[in-house]
Design a protein around this ligand. Sequence first.
Ligand code: PLP
Length: 379
Amino acid sequence: MEGYFDHAASTPIHPEALAEMNRLAQTVFGNPSSIHNFGRQAAMELELARDVIAASLGVKSHEIIFNSGGTEGDNTALIGVAMSQKDRGHHLITTAVEHPAVLETMHYLESQGFEVTYLPVNEKGQLSVNALKEALRPDTTLVSVMYANNETGNLLPIKEIGELLKEHPTIFHTDAVQAYGKVSIHPKELGVDLLTVSAHKFNGPKGVGFLYKSDQVHLPAYLHGGEQEEKRRAGTENLPAIGGMAKAASLLTPEAMAENAQRYRQFSEKVTNALTDSGVNWQLNGDPEHKLPQVLNLRFPKVANDLLLMKLDLQKIAISTGSACTAGNIEPSHVLEAMYGKSSATKESIRISFGLGNTDAMVDFLANSLVALVSQMQD
Ligand code: PLP
């Protein structure tokens, strides 16, 4: 038995998405920008994929810009808005718990003379919309708040923020990399102008994603060159990957998302019930009322998370400490630090994330291994 429980890091590709990639790679190899028949066929497939993605968000097809994934989407949105709105202001707002694709881009923008407010979160990792309201200034050009957090699974108050920003000319970006395919997202209803998605988090291929850009918003191109993507993102489109992504997206209907949520909620309960029943000392990191059931971030007092990760790895169980590993050292999680301050929680917490391929038997195996290892380590 083995178990992969790190779907928030990356997911296995869905067999139907892989079949679609193979079909496109083998039979539709023309360049979508070429005007001959081979090119036109590729362009047609590209637009079909765009329609599928647009329909999943309830937006217009030309509001979807294909790109290389979450990091590119976040960079394009943040740098594009900051630079193009310079005449209006230099103030940007984000949260302390964003992914590095946002945080590091904000640090870069600070080095370019922008001022960034990093909103704090409470002990549950939740953001106060009031604090955001107070941080807003006439010169604020961008608010970027993630839809769901990659370490805790917390869902942030995107709808409320959208409501608030209706009264303000600032542009609203959300990094929906962890949320897309897990919950229904309707940017128009939410008042979201820009939204970042990455295919490898929902059983699509790696290195591909898209940026939703409302046609009400002007955003300069980030990559310059050819006229692809209506001159908004130069470079020949990766059609097999885009087609694979659209296939993976098409499988995640609202009904499928609801079924998945129900299954992963049961998996979470299986793990937490086993821990409670065996008397293990554990706590949930995150906001149980507002979170994705796919992600379970647990703290085990007195248990070194790096050691636990290695012991589970020896049993072929993959989980994460939720934080980056730099030159062999596990850095304390900035998300847990934002929640608790400097606390041993950052060294005692693990992230379990469920997804395609996980079965009840695998989750039992995980629960049993966790109980055995943690009881031993807490002794
Ligand atoms: N944003 C979030 C919330 C993520 O979880 C990730 C990936 O871990 C990214 C952005 C980066 O996406 P990509 O790996 O497609 O560059």
